[in-house]
Design a protein around this ligand. Structure first.
Ligand code: ARG
Ligand code: ZN
Length: 478
């Protein structure tokens, strides 16, 4: 007996005019086409990303002139519509000059701080592959959001590397980790200058005083993990035992930090090999790191080739930061946040992997570092008011997301034991490879693997704005 729910029955009745349309009579199904949402629906950043389509590939063909900071070129975006679309947005800060959709000239207008509104010549039908070509130009350092620029200009070039946003400074995109795509990045720079990006350097060639670098990142990549660095670099290359191409790049202008930078980043292959023993197979087709001569102090897990500020190496070698950024290749890049409020599934694990590396190097065990971190923050330290499971946009990269985030993992390890804990560290990147996940997915996954209820433990460590007390500390063996 088949039960037809009333909603389905209503849908069947409504379907009648569509049958008429198929026969060429009723209204076009595209008559109902509506604009794609100007944001993908992130809890912290409502304007990030867009609705109505899903990108599969970005092809960027660019020219950059360090002397003037002018970046110009063409982005070709391959996508599939997810609704009948009358109009859709891309996120872009630079100026668009011409837009084509499926080869036809499309109307466009800039709106908001970094929205490009595109109206194709005819509405687009749901579930259809589309191509979008955007010609654009601008000086990335002049584009600001809230007075702030993600583009760091250097004496010999510039760098796009930031989180949660860097893409709008150099290419039009659906700028949210939920929409990953493959990338071909081709950049022309004056001879004697290099352009560094993600993945494999497929080819380079010179003519007319310019050198073109063609990079390919062939696994799904979030837009903020796409990077571009232009400058004068010393480049080292190698191949791993598994046949993976390695390419590291160091600004020729690192001064006193040059030796320590190289002594750290050159260990990427060794670090990645060790991380494979903890997290399982490395998820991408290339490996490396780059150190441009920027004044900033942070590092970022740009896919396959992390960005390191020279200041990371101001006190000597710092392999720990290499461990952190390479750990993100599994935790952050292959398995990405579904929403920016899920940042703990990146930073908690990258920090904990640094503790595991310390243990392996005989510089203090993960438990000792957890004890130290717990004890070094008194209960009235505002550190404990930040909830790693939902820190808020302003505190997205607060120390609590990292350190208390790693303490949460030590608490989990103490609760379920090493066998299940390490099975989870390896299983999670496999379960969600090249995808997205929420903190709640991790909690469910850990419960499934361990067979234990863990909601209380994670609530204590990730969601309460107070220092977990003596009871929790005792349960965690602290
Ligand atoms: N995911 C990066 C890291 O932990 C954080 C970058 C934060 N951005 C910043 N400007 N501090 O390595
Ligand atoms: Zn990190």
């Amino acid at each position: 007996r088949i039960i037809v729910p009333s909603a389905l029955a209503a849908a069947l009745l409504l379907a009648v005019p569509i049958t008429a349309d198929a026969a060429g009579r009723g209204p076009s199904p595209r008559a109902g086409a509506t604009p794609g949402a100007p944001g993908i629906g992130d809890s912290y950043y409502p304007a990030s990303g867009n609705g109505g389509y899903d990108v599969s590939h970005y092809d960027l063909r660019l020219t950059y002139q360090p002397a003037t900071d002018l970046l110009e070129g063409t982005a070709t975006i391959l996508a599939t519509t997810t609704q009948d679309l009358s109009r859709f947005n891309l996120d872009l800060g630079l100026r668009a000059g011409e837009v084509r959709v499926n080869g036809r000239v499309a109307a466009f207008a800039a709106s908001g701080e970094h929205e490009l509104e595109i109206t194709p010549a005819a509405p687009l039908k749901k579930d259809t592959p589309i191509s979008v070509v955007v010609r654009y130009a601008g000086k990335p350092s002049e584009f600001k959001v809230g007075g702030w620029s993600a583009w760091q200009r250097t004496p010999d070039g510039g760098v796009a590397a930031q989180e949660p946003d860097a893409a709008a400074w150099w290419f039009p995109s659906n700028d949210h980790p939920r929409d990953k795509a493959t990338f071909d990045v081709s950049v022309r720079v004056p001879d004697g200058t290099q352009a560094i990006s993600n993945g494999v350097l497929v080819s380079q060639s010179s003519k007319l005083g310019w050198t073109r670098y063609n990079w390919r990142s062939d696994k799904p990549q979030a837009t903020y993990l796409a990077t571009l660095a232009i400058g004068r670099f010393d480049i080292t290359t190698d191949v791993t035992a598994n046949g993976l191409p390695v390419l590291n790049a160091y600004s020729k202008d690192l001064g006193a930090n040059a030796g320590a930078a190289r002594a750290s980043v050159e260990r990427s292959t060794e670090v990645a090999e060790w991380l494979e023993s903890v997290f399982g197979p490395y998820p991408f087709s290339a490996l490396g790191g780059y150190v441009p001569n920027v004044p900033s102090g942070f590092a970022l897990e740009t896919q396959t080739r992390p960005f390191y500020s020279p200041r990371q190496f101001a006190n000597g070698s710092n392999v720990s930061v290499v461990v952190h950024e390479l750990a993100h290749q599994w935790y952050g890049d292959s398995v990405s946040v579904a929403d920016w409020k899920d940042i703990w599934i990146n930073e908690g694990f990258a920090r904990y992997s640094q503790w595991l590396w310390s243990e392996k190097e005989d510089e203090g065990t993960a438990r000792e570092l957890a004890d130290y971190t717990y004890a070094s923050r008194p209960a009235d330290d505002p550190f404990w008011t930040v909830k790693p499971g939902d820190p808020g946009a302003d505190d997205q990269f607060h120390a609590a997301v990292y350190d208390r985030g790693a303490l949460a993992l030590q608490a989990l390890r103490d609760e379920i034991g090493d066998a299940d804990f390490f099975a989870i560290l390896k299983g999670w990147p496999k379960e969600h490879a090249y995808g997205n996940a929420h903190v709640s997915d991790f909690v469910r996954y850990a419960e499934r693997v361990s067979g234990k209820p863990l909601a209380g433990l994670f609530d204590t460590w990730l969601y309460q704005p107070v220092k977990p007390g003596a009871r929790a500390a005792a349960a965690a063996g602290l």
